[in-house]
Write a protein that binds this ligand. Structure first.
Ligand SMILES: [Zn+2]
Length: 464
């Protein structure tokens, strides 16, 4: 068997890993879109680098667009096999892929992405690709054919997110390969902690925050409250929070919900979620209490809507979004995209970034070439939708809301593995220097043979 890395290799987007068995069968793990502000992104999204009609199965870890976003393109270019994922992942994919096609067809920027101009696929292509999906619940073994079986285990990253635990038979030998997808945090306000991985021979492991330590969730809500009060009460400004529509937005809304229920938010302060995708994703989240952790299930006993409180307003219509943009009243605005590269957040930044009264609160990873990445690096002026804007608003960072686990979460997930049996770990989905640090730290824990694969390079996996 060989493995080749067609995305998220020494980078964080475009997740796509291709297994080719000795008998010629091909399994693609994820089919994500490349994101970011560079010119190369368009070209990478247009050319897979392999023949889509040569793929037999697609196994999908979760619905985030950098893992699922090119599925309709793969089908359009000839992939006819089944697409396996968990039931919530299918629901979220329906939403996110249709949204992505709609924005591509309308010619505007992508809400969670930042790619504009090219139509990679249409809504018809999305509909066609959705016919090929087949859902498999967590912890249920699935056999696509006699040589291949897999089980999804919960990674607690977003609703429906899974690690893919594959067993591949080649002659008398069998190989166990695990792809972690994105790894959530052990401490999560809503979702369960990542489930331990079954023993593997090879692990493809994400490493977004593998070189970082997140602070504990305990003080998160208090810190968020302080930022709200400083911005909206003391400075009488707007608190702008860019957030991915799926995952982080619901976590932020839940935290604000807790503060509001406890009477710890100013009573007249309005909180807006300004993104149609976030509104629909929140509806899907409400329907999947089976994925919630015990604390959250306990919370539901006395608050049956953890994503709704009187001061909270969900905005779907463009006209309402424009009105909000024009308003000078202090408020909290949660809008996408998380990396600020596209979507309604750009309008809010264009209007509000140049005033010291306002605060921009960054709650997650921003690829360095994106607008969010440039602001994080301390840019004093940025271009937003063709206009130069000074960055005078206070810029704060809270990584506690990251949906990605830190070094300890990754080490915890690998902890149960017998190091003798584990032949190799491939680190993907991270920035190169962060990966080098994670590699060194894992080696110190006794893990051998850790590799940081190159983009589009193929590696042979000897079987047991
Ligand atoms: Zn993700």
């Amino acid at each position: 068997m060989t493995i080749a890395f067609y995305g998220a290799a020494k980078a964080v987007t475009g997740s796509k890993h291709l297994l080719t068995l000795e008998n010629g069968k091909r399994i693609l793990l994820d089919c994500g879109m490349f994101q970011g502000g560079s010119d190369k992104v368009q070209e990478l999204n247009e050319n897979f680098g392999f023949a889509p009609d040569s793929i037999d199965y697609l196994l999908l870890s979760h619905a985030h667009i950098d893992h699922s976003g090119l599925i309709p393109r793969l089908v359009k270019e000839g992939f006819k096999g089944k697409i396996y994922c968990t039931p919530p992942t299918l629901e979220l994919c329906q939403l996110i892929l249709n949204d992505s096609a709609g924005i591509q067809q309308s010619g505007s920027g992508h809400e969670d992405l930042g790619v504009s101009g090219t139509v990679l696929y249409t809504k018809e292509d999305v509909e066609k690709s959705l016919q090929q999906f087949e859902t498999v619940p967590y912890n249920k073994e699935c056999h696509p054919d006699e040589d291949i079986s897999f089980t999804f285990t919960d990674t607690g990253h977003i609703l429906g997110s899974a690690a893919i635990n594959l067993t591949v038979k080649e002659g008398k030998e069998s190989t166990r390969l695990c792809f972690t997808g994105d790894i959530g945090r052990n401490e999560n306000r809503i979702l369960r902690a990542p489930q331990p991985l079954p023993q593997a021979d090879y692990i493809i492991c994400e490493s977004t925050y593998g070189n970082k330590f997140h602070s504990s969730l305990k003080n998160t809500e208090e810190r968020l409250r302080e930022i709200v009060l400083q911005t909206c009460v003391e400075k009488k400004g707007k608190l702008i929070i860019p957030a991915f529509s799926i995952g982080r937005t619901q976590e932020l809304v839940f935290s604000l919900n807790v503060l509001a229920e406890e009477g710890r938010l100013p009573q007249h302060l309005r909180v807006y979620v300004d993104s149609p995708l976030s509104v629909y994703a929140t509806d899907i989240m409400r329907e999947h209490a089976e994925c919630f952790n015990e604390d959250m299930l306990e919370y539901l006993k006395f608050d049956d809507d953890p994503f709704g409180f009187p001061q909270l307003h969900f905005i779907t219509e463009t006209e309402d979004s424009k009105l909000l943009n024009a308003s000078k009243d202090p408020c909290v605005i949660i809008s996408s995209s998380g990396m600020m590269q596209g979507g309604r957040i750009q309008h809010h930044l264009q209007t509000n970034l140049a005033s010291e009264r306002n605060t921009l609160l960054i709650t997650g990873y921003c690829e360095p070439s994106t607008l969010g990445g440039r602001i994080l690096q301390g840019a004093e002026k940025v271009r937003i939708m063709g206009e130069e804007v000074e960055v005078k608003a206070e810029v704060l960072v809270m990584n506690e809301y990251s949906a990605h686990g830190d070094y300890e979460d990754i080490a915890r997930l690998l902890h149960g593995q017998d190091k003798e049996q584990l032949k190799k770990i491939y680190l993907v989905h991270g920035e190169e220097n962060g990966m080098e640090k994670l590699k060194k730290d894992l080696e110190e824990l006794g893990y051998q043979n850790i590799q940081i694969p190159d983009f589009r390079m193929s590696y042979k996996l000897p079987s047991s």
